[in-house]
Design a protein around this ligand. Sequence first.
Ligand SMILES: CC(C)(COP(=O)(O)OP(=O)(O)OC[C@H]1O[C@@H](n2cnc3c(N)ncnc32)[C@H](O)[C@@H]1OP(=O)(O)O)[C@@H](O)C(=O)NCCC(=O)NCCS
Length: 241
Amino acid sequence: MSIEIVPLAQTDIPGAVDCVQKAFANDPYFRWAFNDPSKFNIQRNAASLAAHFQYGINCDCPISVAKITRAANESKTTDDIRLPAGTVVGIAWWYSPQAHSMTQSWSVWAQDWLLSFRQLMNNIRFLGRGGLNVRRYWIWKQVQQTAHDVIWKDPRGYYFCNVVCVDSQARGMGVGKKLMEDVMDKADRENMPCYLESSKGYPNVGIYEKMGFELVKEIECVDGGDVCKLYCMIRNPEFKK
Ligand SMILES: CC(C)(COP(=O)(O)OP(=O)(O)OC[C@H]1O[C@@H](n2cnc3c(N)ncnc32)[C@H](O)[C@@H]1OP(=O)(O)O)[C@@H](O)C(=O)NCCC(=O)NCCS
């Protein structure tokens, strides 16, 4: 199976949505935030993810996708048949650093409003949030913000890995690392730190350690008896000779 890493294009959005939905189906945060499977509406969730990807493109966020390719002279392999050329098998979505002193640009402000408007339209179209436990969503936002206030010590901000995932059929083959490398290398050149959160301790913490991240804090989102743990990791810039 040959794979190319390319910037997310508009036409990749449906494939990227599908990849995220499959990769995060068993994610602890996802199961905590969508805690009633009988209410989960996969189409509503897809519409929300598509709106977020559109937002990411419009805001020039660094978003890469891994896609199956097959050169014309390459013979078909079993893997290629299972995953046709063009299939999105991985995504890495980052936010660029926001310095403390930086005020939000008017274009990002406008995109924030556009995203809220699209989500409102989705609420009307699908008659709700598709199973998202809104109280839990806000608990998560609050816990996350409190953690950032403590952990984010660099006033220049952090490259924030918002989403990274690889299709289960392509894991453990270096795709995740390749997807992350563009931004991690850029961060190294700029002497900037990177940050991510994972709700899966094993094996993700070990995987990200291999990419140069360090576990700096474990935080908990608590609602009633249900707890979702998040592993906060920072990668300090590496100097390459
Ligand atoms: C986490 C994830 C993105 C990693 O992507 P991946 O393509 O599987 O990872 P890679 O193959 O690039 O591996 C990177 C490193 O971790 C190691 N690694 C990969 N899987 C591992 C595992 N299960 N246990 C231990 N180490 C592992 C690799 O050997 C590699 O190390 P190396 O650089 O020393 O060779 C992917 O597994 C995934 O999508 N998981 C499910 C969704 C998810 O949890 N997303 C993250 C939410 S924060």
